[in-house]
Design a protein around this ligand. Sequence first.
Ligand code: NDP
Length: 401
Amino acid sequence: MAGAPAYNDSKDVVRITVLGATGSIGQSLADLIERNPDRFEVVALVANSNADLLAEMARKLRAGAAILAEESRLGELTERLQGTGIEVSAGEAAVLEAVDRETDLVVGAIVGSAGLKPTMAAIRPGRRIALANKECLVCAGDLFMARVRETGAELLPVDSEHNAIFQVFEAERADQVEKVILTASGGPFRTFSKADMAGVTPEQALKHPNWDMGARITIDSASMMNKGFEVIEASHLFPVSHDQLGVLVHPQSVVHGLVQYRDGSLLAQLGSPDMRTPIAHCLAYPERMPVPVRRLDLAEISQLTFEAPDLDRFPALRIALDAMKTGSGAPAVVNAVDEIAVAAFLARQAGFMDIPAAIEAVLEQLDSENALAAVDSVEDVLALDHLARVRAAKWINSRCS
Ligand code: NDP
């Protein structure tokens, strides 16, 4: 992305702070850091409540500080790290203080809108932000990108599709781009009918055919809401219009993203479905660091297939695309209701197809109350997020019990 020059030109060691260290992205990142101990210095690791894993990672990566958002777990964390010299703290202020520390790179990998404030606060002049937390762009894309531009920070996308597109998008020739295409595996229900999907269990939905990810994004992949969020992310990351953004279902998850140019060229990035590749791309950019992912053997794979997405069977994708076009608060509402509905589905309090139904119902309610109007600050976004969650919980309680 546009911004400061390559951050590691004059330094050998990259100082790194990780928001969401104990999650699926955090674990893949830790693997890369562990393999390159001389290249990285871990300034701080931040998680929500998993004191055990955070302490274990902080020891392994020799972190300067370990920080939990959940204050009640501070005692546990302190005990686990006694005698190590690793600083410990907890609470929202401590999380915000973590991004205040001198650091070259902040990885934004908190899940959900909880990531909004700390990731926004991490954007500073001369810093690189490797962004995984899609909610930052889905809920507050205009505000987030304005802050990136203002500070001249360097924003690199971790999400595999955006990272792929970033690798083949010629930023200086954006006017010569015709189309930006994100691929989608189609998830475990790619061939299911709507009626079949109404009865699926969390266990079925959690079995992603290709990727190993956190629970929420896995369910969002099964409903294709995740792809909708990704298109919204792409609309902020790349200088193209909404009509130039497309989705292609590609069950093998080998081609991650494509850019079509006006001369008919279609450039794509391919790779094994392993998040360590896009994460490493962000860590080493513009260099390439060695990553022990499975190499693609195209002769062995032999066939790559593609199909158009079905917006009727996957209404979540349609809802997200419509919300992108509506703009202002609509994408934040979709995200908030989705988060609540996914949690209800995982807790067996709602069905799989109740997820898009809840989102449409709350969107309609809030639109009729004029509550989707302009969101001008992170506080506005968080207030709307809160309201949408309350309405979503109400809708689910009344319809699904
Ligand atoms: P996980 O659920 O595996 O991990 C979430 C992380 O966020 C954990 O470290 C969790 O801590 C932390 N966290 C949650 N709430 C807070 C909070 N309030 N304050 C501080 N930390 C918090 O998620 P993933 O790693 O799968 O995903 C992270 C983000 O990256 C999401 O936005 C996702 O959409 C995106 N992403 C993920 C991909 C993947 O392959 N997993 C691919 C592309 C994007 P704790 O463990 O203590 O709860």
